[in-house]
Design a protein around this ligand. Structure first.
Ligand code: G6Q
Length: 534
């Protein structure tokens, strides 16, 4: 198998020449509050378009010198070469010298159905596998659509098998087939399933159970719960249940499912929306052509992420702006604020994608890092947030860098003009107003009316949130996250930090069972003490 020397070639982030340059520059960051500093020329100059997305970053605290040094930092850290290595299929998911996943990272191959010249041997193989599944999917839905018996679909899955697919479904509901409904069950809280089961007719419902490992407690429990409900309602589960899982996983069992689709270990859960993990549900809801457009949009951004021109490589540029805010201006969180109701669950997806990828404290050699890594990500759609937590963002003691997302046109175009502007124009005016207010602030003799400004932010702008643009937006963030990991030389593709809780939960569940049967479980005093509180 290929191996990537690039992963270990990088010297520590803090030893890079540009790191020291940037540290010096950060002593006196650009002051956006000075009259004239946020000029129209600056807004014009600090903007760049690639594919469907435009990045407006004049409201970040950067100068030409800072951008030059950030570009140098990315270069010294081999960010671009690592992106190339990832997309070619080199083994980059690993920690040198310790047992680790030792995997290639090939979510890009899932949408590389359109001939990427960068493709290496591993990526080519992954692309063949992706193509095969896509063909199977298209054939499967030809049959389903012809019969037209299913009106609803329930997706059962959690984490990466839920957040991304759900965020995209909600984002693209405007494109949904009118006769189809989609529901999600993720939490092992039985109320999650109960609510969904009340809303559907099992006779006309497909259930797609998504679990790469085929062993996730929540998903298997929910599958059994839904199966038993279907049986009680007189349905044969094998005629309704589909699985999306790893080949040869416990869920790869044709006796139990109407159809099974595959996902491979080179596609991480949080990077799996464009694989069969999102594909089955999105094709049911939107149709195969719209799903293909999502892939095309993502693929376009995959190619942009390989562009050596720093100012045209949108995810790289955004990643470096994030590193400036995180490591040099020392801001611990980032708010993602989409001015689009359809993106209501997108911040939750990015929260997982970002924090599970870059919430790491060791580098690729297992050595603890001596700098900050991934920030805390959170967010809500504007304008709703304006009437709640924006108070802290404007006047609180923490500075929170902001990533706005906006669209020129609405999805439904069912709009109305009141006092000269449409709702969409009001929405955009609010977005621009906030960006300026955060950057410029406001002086006032009354201290309560002072806005300190210099709150770094940028805007990601596109024409309309359609399937192609959604694909691009998804891939833009995936690559931004990967680039930051590359520069920090951490492994963005494993998730060891979620294991400990899972192991303990398993032990406590066994203890719970023993206690219910009046037996003593394995000695686990702290768990006993908690259970005694019930
Ligand atoms: C994502 C994580 C995690 C995973 C879930 C579900 O990158 O690995 O969120 O997606 O734990 O796992 P399964 O798909 O194996 O059920």
């Amino acid at each position: 198998m290929d191996d990537s020397p690039l992963v270990t070639k990088t010297i520590s982030f803090r030893q890079l020449r540009a790191f020291h340059l940037l540290k010096g520059l950060a002593a006196n960051p650009y002051n956006l509050t000075v009259e004239g500093n946020l000029s129209p020329e600056r807004i014009q100059k600090y903007s760049c378009q690639a594919g469907e997305l435009k990045l407006l970053y004049a409201t970040e605290r950067v100068t030409d010198d800072v951008l030059k040094a950030l570009k140098e930092l990315a270069h010294e850290a081999h960010a671009l070469e690592k992106m190339g290595a990832m997309q070619r299929g080199e083994v980059i998911n690993k920690i040198e010298g310790y047992p680790s996943e030792e995997r290639t990272v090939l979510h890009t191959a899932m949408r590389d159905l359109f001939q990427n010249p960068n493709t290496g041997k591993q990526a080519s193989h992954a692309r063949q596998q992706a193509k095969k599944e896509c063909d199977k999917l298209s054939r499967f839905f030809e049959k389903i659509d012809k019969k037209n018996t299913f009106t609803d679909l329930i997706q059962i899955g959690i984490g990466g098998s839920d957040l991304g697919p759900r965020a995209l479904y909600m984002a693209l509901k405007a494109y949904q087939k009118p006769t189809r409904g989609v529901h999600f069950i993720s939490n092992v809280d039985p109320d999650d399933a109960a609510q969904v089961l009340r809303a559907i007719n099992p006779k006309t419902t497909l259930v797609v159970v998504v679990s790469k490992s085929g062993t996730t407690l929540e998903t298997l429990t929910n599958e059994e719960l839904v199966r038993s409900y279907f049986k009680k309602q007189g349905c044969i589960p094998e005629e309704h249940f589909i699985s999306v899982t790893g080949e040869k996983s416990p869920m790869d069992n044709p006796k139990r499912y109407l159809e099974s689709f595959y996902i491979w270990d080179y596609v991480g859960g949080r990077y799996s929306v464009t694989s069969m993990v999102g594909a089955v549900m999105l094709t049911f809801a939107l149709g195969f052509d719209h799903f293909m457009n999502i892939l095309k949009g993502a693929h376009e951004m995959d190619l942009i992420a390989l562009n050596p021109d720093f100012h045209q490589n949108l995810p790289l540029l955004a990643a470096m702006l994030g590193i400036w805010n995180r490591n040099f201006l020392h801001h611990p969180t980032v708010a993602v604020l989409p001015y689009s109701q359809a993106l209501i669950r997108f911040p939750a997806h990015l929260q997982q994608c970002n924090m599970e990828s870059n919430g790491k404290r060791i580098d690729h050699k297992g050595i603890p890092v001596d700098f900050d890594t991934g920030p805390i990500i959170w967010g809500e759609p504007g304008t709703n947030g304006q009437h709640s937590f924006y108070q802290l963002l404007h006047q609180g003691t923490h500075v929170v860098p902001i990533e706005f997302i906006g669209f020129k046109m609405s999805q439904y175009e069912e709009d109305i003009t009141i006092e000269g502007t449409s709702s969409q124009e009001k929405l955009l005016s609010n977005l621009f107003a906030q960006s300026l207010a955060f950057a410029k602030g406001q002086k006032n003799a009354n201290p309560n009316k002072v806005f300190p400004g210099n709150r770094p932010n940028h805007i990601l702008l596109a024409q309309r949130l359609d399937p192609f643009t959604m694909g691009s937006l998804l891939a833009y963030y995936e690559h931004k996250i990967a680039f930051q990991g590359f520069v920090w030389n951490i492994n963005s593709f494993d998730q060891e930090g979620v294991q400990l809780g899972k192991v303990l939960a398993k032990k406590i569940t066994a203890q719970f069972e023993a206690k219910k049967q009046g037996k003593r479980g394995e000695k686990f005093a702290e768990a006993e003490a908690f259970l005694d509180q019930l």
